[in-house]
Design a protein around this ligand. Structure first.
Ligand code: ZN
Length: 307
């Protein structure tokens, strides 16, 4: 049993319109679902991904309007690493980000930048046989587009404390003292730790809330058992409508989720129109009129992309 790499990464935004402009408009991802927080339907849960809403390319945001900036500290993910096709793509993104007012800098392995609320990203050229998961955008040639996640980097001062859960329960393969890889039949990703900054972290706008790994539908319950046997204290299986989920904290403090690679974002709207309308869980459908009036006005993501 192997996890199929990353499923999605969920972060927090205090500025939903600006979030749409950046992730759909600048980064060129497709908004694949516009729905509400299942615990608070007055605020959005926004999902961006490749053209088909595939696991492995999906970054999602809880909206907390006007939320103060967070900052990553020990026990938090501080960088999302994406794949791109090659050096030419790194140059393309350096220029495109600059043209949209976002500074970036070349690292030894790729190109680093932050979103407008401070969430760290890196683009990397990666040798892999995994399918590139790309979205369509009028100003971004297909060969330059983001190709889905390569991994995430988190902060901890004690990577060893997480080793048993990562290796024994989750079957992550060690790649170094502080880096692990996980690869299923279709897709893989890495999970790495860096030494934390001195200041404690703060959950807020621009911080990562949790990281979800992909499971097949058939193996999902077995993963829950493995996590429980490994001391990970998983939640019950929760039906998120587009996928099923369990949650648990790994020893460093990072909140993990294991989510199923289905039913998928076309469970309640056709794939051609993903994210265009407001999708509501069935129990909130009766409040649609009210919610549509009170939810933050958002730019149309595909016109944001054409602006
Ligand atoms: Zn999640």
């Amino acid at each position: 049993m192997r996890l199929e790499g990353l499923h999605h990464i969920t972060a927090i935004t205090g500025d939903a319109p600006g979030n749409v402009e950046f992730y759909a408009g600048v980064l060129g991802l497709r908004m694949v679902k516009k729905t509400v927080n299942q615990d608070d339907p007055t605020v959005y849960h926004l999902f961006y991904a490749d053209e088909r809403g595939d696991p492995g390319s999906d970054i999602t945001f809880f909206e907390y309007p006007g939320a103060a900036r967070g900052r990553a500290g020990a026990g938090m993910v501080h960088r999302v690493v994406w794949r791109v096709s090659g050096e030419e793509a790194l140059s393309f993104w350096e220029q495109r980000l600059h043209a949209h007012g976002t500074d970036s800098h070349r690292s030894t392995e790729g190109l680093q930048f932050s979103d407008p609320e401070g969430l760290g990203h890196e683009l990397r050229v990666v040798e892999t046989t995994d399918d590139p998961l790309t979205a369509e955008h009028p100003d971004i040639p297909e060969g330059m587009a983001l190709q889905g996640f390569d991994g995430v980097r988190a902060y901890t001062s004690d990577p060893v404390a997480s080793r048993a859960l990562l290796e024994e329960a989750l079957h992550f393969e060690p790649a170094s003292q502080s880096t692990w890889e996980v690869h299923g039949e279709r897709r893989g990703a890495f999970y790495a730790y860096d030494a934390p900054p001195a200041r404690t972290g703060l959950q807020g706008a621009g911080s990562v809330h949790h990281v979800a790994w992909s499971s097949t539908m058939d193996e999902h319950a077995a993963w829950r058992d493995r996590v429980a046997q490994g001391g990970g204290r998983p939640t019950e299986i929760i039906d998120r409508f587009y996928f099923r989920s369990i949650y648990f904290r790994e020893p460093s403090g990072v909140l993990f989720e294991i989510a199923t690679m289905g039913p998928g974002f076309d469970a309640d709207e056709p794939i051609e129109h993903l994210g265009e309308g407001l999708s509501l869980p069935p129990n909130y459908e009766q409040y649609r009129d009210k919610l549509e009036k009170t939810l933050t006005r958002l730019p149309n993501p595909r016109s944001a992309a054409r602006a």
